[in-house]
Design a binder for this molecule. Structure first.
Ligand SMILES: Cc1ncc(COP(=O)(O)O)c(C=O)c1O
Length: 451
């Protein structure tokens, strides 16, 4: 006998839920019900519905919060969702989200059932196609599992079983993958644009990994990696294993809160390549608030890019969420030179949601930023850190970060890795013989020495 599809109804109007439950059952569906988002979440520990019919306006946990909680790191909900709301004018908003259906209250019950049936059938067809694809690609390993932790556990088990681990990188991830693979005893390959700084290349080679330089910008490296992943089933840390990589970036947000004595800063400035780090700092702050580890407080997250590759900043400044690719990135901040940022859209949403801004800066400003940070704090940052500092300076000068409010600048890489960017721009040592007389003559105008 074919298994009945399960519909979860979440609405605080008991009469409506009872009536819908009855109607769906009469049509051959199984139903479970919840009167608010919290109850719905609890129920998801026990059942895996084929569709969630979700009211928005509910006490305890409303539909929007519930929806956010069932979204994965890719921003998509783990289950098909049909939203019910009394506000018909919100339809456009929902079209922008990854929801499957929308009904404005009061609605026609038959129409709702019809809509639900369409969604369930469509999803069943998609999953059938995915299953067929799986059969025709036996050489690759795809993990198809709705539940993210389970999916990640399976992927990790595969890696442990000796699958190759690889990455497409602008340099820093390459160093990290090479080091961690060496530590875990896994065979690793890192694919990077062939023109990266020497410090980044050596920082991978030293771990005995296979470094492959690709002639072309990062986007082409990334495209090639997707092809390799598709054909050979290799685990690419930032392609088909991206949830690990992305969730790992939350650590930065957690550590910021920890180092501030379990408080959130009023402002955070993060540099962006794919945009992932910024969105994950945002996620980390929200998770700590939800868990009660930090107090709920206003926080604002700002983004920073190099003008020579600023697809996210350009879209943000134009008031758009459509990130237009940059074909030929041209900046000394090579670690941020991603022309097609995978998480650009989500980074813009994070900045908007927190009332943040976005800035970009020239190569000269990046070098000035590196120098300013070094001279005032004793921290030697790589070019990405220079971008953060230069953009933060602009945000302060334009009043977007008021001078009397706390701000954290994310300095994400060490300057020794991008020495090329500042060679010849920070002066040269003055050379003398090893004699006290020569030393005194040299510094006589600067300090009080007898010559
Ligand atoms: C030094 C450094 N900072 C920041 C980033 C930001 O990364 P994303 O926006 O892709 O998370 C990167 C990415 O490679 C990086 O290398």
């Amino acid at each position: 006998m074919e298994k009945k599809s399960l519909i979860m109804l979440i609405d605080d109007e008991k009469d409506l839920v009872d009536m819908l439950s009855f109607q769906f059952q009469a049509k051959g569906y199984d139903t479970v019900t919840a009167s608010n988002g919290l109850e719905g979440l609890e129920m998801l520990n026990k059942v895996r519905p084929d569709l969630i019919v979700l009211d928005l306006n509910m006490p305890k946990m409303g539909g929007i919060e519930f929806y956010q909680k069932i979204c994965g790191s890719d921003g998509r909900p783990a289950y098909p969702v049909l939203v019910l709301t009394a506000r018909a004018n919100m339809e456009q908003l929902f079209k922008d989200l990854e929801i499957d259906g929308f009904m404005a209250k009061p609605f026609d019950v038959d129409q709702l059932i019809q809509e639900a049936e369409i969604i369930i059938k469509k999803k069943a067809q998609i999953s059938k196609v995915v299953q067929q694809d799986k059969k025709s690609l036996l050489r690759s390993v795809y993990v198809i599992e709705n539940d993210q932790p389970v999916r990640e556990e399976i992927a990790l088990a595969l890696l442990r079983a000796g699958y190759r681990v690889a990455c497409a990188s602008t340099g820093n991830l390459a160093n990290s993958v090479a080091a961690n693979a060496a530590n875990a005893g896994l065979k690793s390959y890192v694919l990077i644009p062939s023109n990266l700084e020497q410090g980044k290349v050596l920082g991978s080679l030293v771990y005995g990994t296979n470094v492959i330089g690709i002639k072309g910008p990062y986007d082409q490296v990334n495209r090639l990696c997707s092809e390799i992943a598709g054909k050979y089933g290799w685990g690419f840390v930032n392609v088909n294993l991206r949830p690990y990589y992305a969730e790992g970036s939350k650590t930065m947000g957690f550590e910021i809160a920890e180092q501030l004595g379990w408080k959130l800063p009023r402002h955070t400035v993060a540099c962006m390549a794919s945009g992932s780090l910024l969105t994950k700092i945002h996620k980390a702050y929200k998770e700590f608030i939800d868990l009660g580890i930090v107090e709920q407080s206003d926080f604002t997250i700002h983004g920073a890019q190099a003008s020579g590759c600023s697809p996210i900043s350009t879209a943000f400044k134009a008031g758009s969420e459509m990130v237009k690719p940059v074909q030929n990135p041209d900046t000394i901040a090579k670690s941020l030179a991603i022309g097609t940022p995978a998480d650009g859209y989500y980074a813009i949403r994070s900045m908007k949601e927190t009332g943040g801004s976005c800035e970009d800066c020239s190569d000269e400003e990046i070098v000035e930023g590196i120098k300013l940070l070094a001279e005032t704090t004793g921290i030697f940052a790589e070019t990405a850190g220079g971008v953060t500092v230069a953009c933060a300076k602009k945000l302060i000068e334009t009043g977007k970060i008021p001078k009397d409010e706390s701000a954290v600048l994310c300095i994400t890489g060490h300057g020794l890795k991008t020495q090329e960017a500042i060679i010849g721009k920070v002066g040269e040592p003055r050379v003398i013989g090893a004699s006290l007389r020569e030393f005194e003559a040299l510094v006589a105008d600067e300090v009080n020495v007898k010559s």
